[in-house]
Design a protein around this ligand. Structure first.
Ligand SMILES: Cc1ncc(CN)c(N)n1
Length: 217
């Protein structure tokens, strides 16, 4: 079995819980409060800046030039394509610059950056994989469930359920599997742990937006 099959199976209870979150249910029905989506977009723009840097760090550390190139393209995708979607929303939702990182956004981006800089390369790659794979799965899930023709969140849904993002996700999974081929069982275990941790942080990210999370002090 490929490492990615094990990772998906291990992380699937978290994925299932994500699909049941109020944030996701309300995205499907189009009833999500605009202030919650605005909070999400503002934090996600900050997240994507950190995520793009983490991907660039992994590219710089990759052992094979084909993998380095893939991660450079992934970084470009996060910083250009996804940020372009957000830029449209930032304008539409009138999000002002200078929004501070929420506690969860800080936790998640710093987790990815520290893994990208300091963890063994295969663990760093596994840590960023949920950012691709869970979003694609959630995008497809929402797309399949929604019944509205005028969902206010349709652009967001189309981006993550789209074919183009699907191809990027397939390539990210493939690189992880190629790297995992030469890893020991202990290294596979460390990869899966990083994958599960990042999956939990995905759950927390949506939860924090729904709660409009603030610093307690
Ligand atoms: C928190 C989060 N995770 C993943 C993605 C998709 N790259 C995103 N935009 N935001």
């Amino acid at each position: 079995m490929n490492w990615s099959n094990t990772a998906w199976q291990t992380g699937s209870p978290i994925y299932t819980q994500i699909t049941q979150m109020p944030f996701i249910r309300e995205l499907i029905s189009g009833t999500l409060a605009p202030e919650k989506f605005t909070f999400y977009i503002a934090q996600d723009s900050l997240y994507l800046a950190g995520f793009g840097r983490a991907l660039s760090l992994i590219a710089a550390r990759a052992q094979h030039s084909a993998h380095a190139l893939e991660f450079m393209r992934f970084a470009e995708g996060a910083l250009m394509v996804e940020q372009a979607l957000h830029a449209g929303y930032v304008q539409k939702l009138n999000i002002q610059p200078g929004v501070p990182l929420s506690p969860t956004c800080q936790h998640y981006t710093h987790y990815l950056l520290s893994q990208a800089a300091l963890a063994p390369l295969e663990v760093a790659m596994a840590a960023v994989l949920p950012c691709f794979w869970i979003y694609k799965a959630v995008g497809d899930y929402i797309y399949a469930k929604e019944q509205l023709s005028d969902n206010p969140y349709q652009d967001w849904i189309n981006t993550y359920a789209g074919e183009e993002f699907g191809q990027i996700v397939a390539r990210a999974i493939r690189v992880c599997d190629e790297v995992a081929e030469t890893c020991t069982p202990a290294q596979h275990q460390a990869m899966t742990e990083a994958y599960v941790t990042a999956s939990k942080l995905e759950w927390m990210f949506w939860d924090s937006a729904y709660k409009l999370e603030e610093w307690p002090v």
